[in-house]
Structures are given as structure tokens and as C-alpha cells.
Design a protein around this ligand. Structure first.
Ligand SMILES: [Zn+2]
Length: 206
């Protein structure tokens, strides 16, 4: 949303004053820009090999042991802000694959033994319905800090269905509410928060 807003500001400041028929142009361009921004948010389709090649901060043996879900071929990446899955052969092991700064980045996660004492909101999708169990996942920091054993943790939906939750509409809303805008904002928020997490993990990379 921030990028979208700043783009409109840019149009307002620079194109409007210098073009003779600005208003019609701006109005007609609004829905297209909006749609474009939604498209831009979706992931490209990836193969298992591409994901395996994109791991950062993981050891060779960790990458060798990655098991993908049986339904991997049915995953529609265009509906996701990140792809996350649990390793069906290692109960505490999970992974996420995220597009970050124009390239795919995958991380190994470990589910903490302790579960939150009460129902908690996912820090990424902030699903207010608490419709999915939220657990603490940790990942090793990249670089020397990670090799020393430093980790970063985050409370996230255990089955990584954040993208689905972010597309839900509020249970009650005013007739005039712009539902597409609400959904776009939720999706953008999810994308930003996952992006911040990945950025923090990568910030210590050698
Ligand atoms: Zn979530």
C-alpha cells in the first residue's frame, strides 16, 4: 500500500500539473494500477529444485533432508505471499519460501517444544479469528551469529495458511466499505511482516 500511495503522490505532483487532460487519465488509470499492484504481490510458480537452491543459512545436510508435501504440484503460488510447509518426516521441522528483494529465499524453521499458553495471534497474518493454531517457530540467524547458535523466533500459524487468512473479509462492515482495499491492505501487511522477518534473518549474513 505504501508503494501504491507513493506512486499516486508521484502522479499527483508531477504528471497532473504538466498534462492538459489529467483528471480523466488519472481516473481511468486507477483500477488498472490497483489490479497491477495486486498482481505484483503474488508469487511466481516454483519447482522443488528452485526452492532447494534458494535456502540461506541452512546446512547442506539440512537441505538434503527437506521433504516436500505430497500435494506440492497443486500449490498455487499466485495466491501466496509466502509458501510454508511442515516436513512430513520430521515433526518439528518446517520451511518457508519467500520472494525477497526480487529473488526467492527459503529458510529452515524449527517448531519450539513449548506451545503458547493461551491462544495467540499470528504475527504475520494477524488473523483475528484465531482460526489456526499459532506456534513459535525459530530459525537460525545467518552468518557467524547463526553458527554460534543464535536464532530468531516468531509466532506463526502452524500450518502456514496466513495468505488464506489475509484474504478473509471482516465479519461486519459498512455498505460503503471498500472490501478490495481492505483485502489488499491485509495482504500487503502480511507481505511486509514476512519480509521484515526475512530481512532480519538475512541481516547477519557474511
Ligand atoms: Zn498467520
Amino acid at each position: 500500500m505504501t508503494a501504491l500511495r507513493s506512486r499516486f503522490r508521484w502522479i499527483g505532483q508531477w504528471i497532473l500539473p504538466s498534462h492538459p487532460r489529467p483528471r480523466a487519465d488519472l481516473t481511468s488509470s486507477l483500477p488498472r494500477d490497483h489490479a497491477h499492484s495486486t498482481d505484483r504481490s503474488s508469487m511466481k510458480q516454483y519447482t522443488q529444485q528452485q526452492i532447494l537452491d534458494s535456502f540461506r543459512g541452512a546446512t547442506r545436510s539440512e537441505i538434503k533432508k527437506v521433504t516436500f508435501p505430497l500435494d506440492f504440484d497443486d500449490v498455487d503460488f499466485s495466491r501466496l505471499e509466502y509458501y510454508g510447509w511442515r516436513d512430513r518426516k520430521m515433526p518439528r521441522r518446517a520451511y518457508i519460501a519467500v520472494e525477497h528483494d526480487g529473488r526467492l529465499v527459503s529458510l529452515v524453521l524449527n517448531r519450539a517444544e513449548a506451545t503458547p499458553s493461551r491462544r495467540t495471534m499470528c504475527t504475520w497474518c494477524r488473523d483475528v479469528d484465531l482460526s489456526e493454531e499459532v506456534v513459535l517457530y525459530t530459525t537460525r540467524r545467518t552468518g557467524a551469529q547463526g553458527r554460534r547458535g543464535d536464532t530468531i523466533g516468531t509466532l506463526v500459524c502452524s500450518g502456514f495458511h496466513c495468505s488464506k487468512h489475509a484474504r478473509k473479509l471482516p465479519p461486519a462492515y459498512h455498505k460503503a466499505t471498500d472490501l478490495d482495499a481492505i483485502r489488499a491492505e491485509q495482504v500487503a501487511g502480511l507481505r511486509n511482516r514476512v519480509g521484515s522477518f526475512v530481512a532480519e534473518v538475512l541481516s547477519t549474513e557474511d
